[in-house]
Design a protein around this ligand. Structure first.
Ligand code: SF4
Ligand code: NI
Ligand code: NI
Length: 709
């Protein structure tokens, strides 16, 4: 049997199953029955991406199957095999979508099945920064459960997002492996067709971040090949269906590594036989050209970005440090070089083994840094990183910041020997690694003594935070000499540029003006460049000749004009990883804002994914704009259209998060008290009529403003 026979045979088999499944569904529900995956704006994302057609009901699904058939040519050429692979993948998507018919929830713990658009957007920044260096798709059953777990954990330790399909899931469950999106191990489903749910992620990434036109299959495959660092590990025995799916993966640029030796044909860099499962990791990374940045830290447990989202339950914790009950804080202090002894560690108070199991304690860590190029403006930038550093420790959870932190250390991690000096080591190694351009020396003091924590919190930390806050409020767009660009997201959105100003942070919410300034200082040729602001064209719109020039250059000519303060005139572009999106609500002359976490409906008749699908990919969409959460209370929020007075609706959760600062801004700008009480949310209205009634009753200022369109 040739490889062609296997691919074609597998494709034919799946096609037959799909046809029968669709016919069966039509017989049961009728051709008008709606079909789509939940929590996506793309209906059947793979079919939509490849063909540009959105399937809405079973009748259309049947028609779509006819289109799939046209891909199934049977010449023995490589392209025919690839297209049959793509056809197999599309059939798999059809079979999977039928599982969701009529609101069914076909997947249950630990399997995820279809992944929401929101999850893909969350992956944007870590994929861009290399925090997630790749995506592994593991298919079938490993020779033993030990080998399965070893392979999965090897990827996890590198920060790679691991998706599982088939028998390997049960092997990991049996071995007691902790799985889930939070630790970057995502079991998709046990049927081979579940593999489509990761393909769907890759193709939606092209639509969301890459501005690929649905139906442009060539551009789609180019995008996944160049920008989605995925690969497949398939365990033997491979049946023809798996081989056909593999051809689809290869068509998208994802190499397949397998331990199958029979009836298999090697294709350099694409279909690779590796009989030794313990070498799957190395072989895969090489085939996909994935480089792992490792921070080698000498501590008794793992340190990897995959552990960043890990949750430690109360029952599993050895000890907890709780800033809401005890005096805790984290602080970076800039010192003179003569005052800092590099890599010095001091512990003031008891170590973790002298604390009662399950108790609440106090902790403070002071990180003294010195360096010729160090500036005190960088202190908060470093400090904000502590959250991620400490979270990346296996079995350690960190939330909050400054003097409102909470840290939990698990029993397992404690039993492995993790102590205060290890916490210090993690901070030291990461600071030195990430900020080597400005930090020459770094010393860490950990304080667990109750009296000392209290004293230092009030005498050292709080005054330092106050000084910084004063500095931050004095930072306005007018008061600084330059802005910064950020093009980190160009890895996924080739024409996207963020212009970061003190009053407008990057739309991902992760890059403030100070962050951008520090990034520029650390890596002058890197993603953040200085943008001068000397040649103002229109102050109100935030239009500058300098900004236009910078944006034109950095977008390679894709953008000519960008304003900083308008949502209607040349608004800033969006890559896809925005925290929030705002869009105009014509009935009230206002705008609504939805955040990524919000799963419900908005008064525009669109969900967050729907709104987001209109505005990503580095293109300008007047009337819609992605932005960070902090921007909502900024005096520069759509200043050109009248500012925050235009906000008429937000999800309740988001409103609560921004209320304090938003109310302050409204008071200061317009003299309005408790502005947030005038803003609708989903408990008040999810349709424009009810919203309008509410706004009228509250006398919302937007109603009296000029129309935006
Ligand atoms: Fe991406 Fe903009 Fe955030 Fe930079 S600031 S990481 S370009 S969203
Ligand atoms: Ni952790
Ligand atoms: Ni982005």
């Amino acid at each position: 049997m040739t490889l062609f026979d296997r691919v074609f045979g597998g494709n034919d088999a799946v096609y037959g199953l799909t046809e029968a499944a669709i016919d069966g569904a039509i017989a049961q529900y009728g051709a008008d029955q709606a079909v789509a995956f939940p929590n996506t704006a793309y209906s059947l994302p793979c079919y939509y991406a490849v063909t540009g057609t959105k399937v809405t009901n079973l009748g259309e699904l049947k028609e779509a199957l006819g289109v799939v058939k046209t891909l199934m040519t049977r010449e023995k050429r490589l392209n025919d095999a690839f297209m049959s692979g793509v056809a197999t993948a599309l059939c798999a998507e059809f079979i999977e979508v039928l599982k969701y018919i009529n609101g069914a929830e076909p997947y249950s713990e630990p399997c995820y099945g279809h992944l929401a658009d929101a999850i893909i957007r969350e992956l944007g920044v870590p994929l861009v920064t290399g925090d997630i260096p790749g995506v592994a798709v593991i298919l079938g059953s490993a020779p033993s459960k030990e080998e399965a777990v070893e392979l999965v954990k090897s990827y996890q330790a590198q920060g790679i997002l691991v998706t599982l399909v088939g028998g390997v899931i049960d092997q990991c469950v049996e071995a007691g492996l902790k799985m889930g999106n939070a630790v970057r191990i995502v079991p998709l489903g046990k049927d081979v067709t579940a593999v489509i749910h990761v393909v769907s992620v890759a193709l939606r990434a092209a639509l969301i971040f890459g501005n690929v036109t649905p139906g442009d299959a060539g551009a789609l495959m180019k995008y996944t090949f160049e920008r989605v660092p995925a690969f497949v590990n398939a365990f033997k025995p491979l049946d023809d269906v798996v081989v056909a799916c593999g051809a689809g993966a290869i068509a998208l640029g994802f190499p397949v590594v397998t331990n199958e030796t029979e009836n298999i044909f090697r294709v350099p860099k694409s279909l690779i036989v590796q009989e030794d499962v313990s070498k799957f990791n190395a072989t895969s990374l090489e085939a996909r050209d994935i480089k792992i940045k490792i921070t080698k830290i000498d501590i008794p447990v793992s340190f990897a970005s995959a552990f960043e989202g890990e949750i430690i339950r109360r029952g599993d914790m050895q000890v907890e440090f709780d800033g809401s009950r005890k005096d805790c804080f984290e602080l970076v202090c800039t010192k003179d070089a003569s005052e800092v002894e590099d890599h010095k560690f001091t512990l003031v108070g008891p170590d973790f083994d002298q604390m009662e199991v399950g108790s609440k304690q106090q902790i403070a860590y002071i990180v003294d840094v010195a360096g010729k190029n160090m500036q005190s403006d960088f202190e908060p930038v470093f400090e904000r990183k502590f959250h991620s550093y400490i979270n990346c420790i296996e079995g350690v959870m960190h939330t909050g910041q400054r003097d409102m932190i909470r840290i939990r250390i698990s029993k397992n991690t404690f039993d492995a020997g993790f102590r205060a000096k290890d916490l210090a080591e993690v901070l030291y190694a990461n600071i030195k690694n990430e900020f080597d351009a400005v930090v020459d020396k770094c010393a860490i003091t950990i304080v667990t003594d109750a009296e000392e924590c209290t004293k230092l919190r009030h005498e050292l930390a709080v005054p330092a935070y106050d000084r910084r806050d004063e500095r931050l409020t004095s930072l306005t767009d007018e008061s600084v000499p330059v802005y910064y660009s950020c093009i980190m997201c160009q890895a996924f959105s080739p024409s996207h540029v963020c212009v970061v100003t003190p009053e407008r942070l990057g739309l991902c919410g992760a890059v403030s003006w100070l962050d951008a300034k520090a990034t520029h200082q650390l890596d002058p040729q890197g993603p953040c460049q200085v943008i001068t602001k000397e040649r103002v064209i229109d102050e109100n719109l935030g239009r500058y000749e300098d900004v236009d020039e910078a944006v034109a250059k950095l977008s390679q000519g894709a953008l000519e004009h960008v304003t900083l303060y308008s949502i209607m005139e040349d608004p800033m572009t969006s890559c896809g990883c925005f925290e929030c999106i705002c869009g105009i609500e014509p009935f009230s002359n206002g705008v609504i804002i939805a955040n990524r976490e919000y799963a419900g409906m908005t008064p525009l008749g669109m969900t967050f994914p729907d709104l987001a699908s209109m505005t990503g990919g580095g293109v300008q969409t007047p009337g819609f704009m992605g932005h960070g959460k902090h921007f909502i209370s900024s005096k520069k929020f759509m200043k050109a259209e009248g500012g925050i007075e235009r906000i008429v609706w937000m999800p309740k959760d988001l409103k609560e998060q921004v209320a304090e600062r938003l109310n302050e801004t409204a008071k200061e700008l317009y003299g309005i008290d408790n502005f947030c009480d005038m803003v609708g949310d989903e408990t008040i209205a999810t349709d424009p009529e009810t919203l309008l009634e509410f706004l009228t009753e509250k006398g919302h200022p937007a109603l009296g403003m000029d129309p935006m369109m």
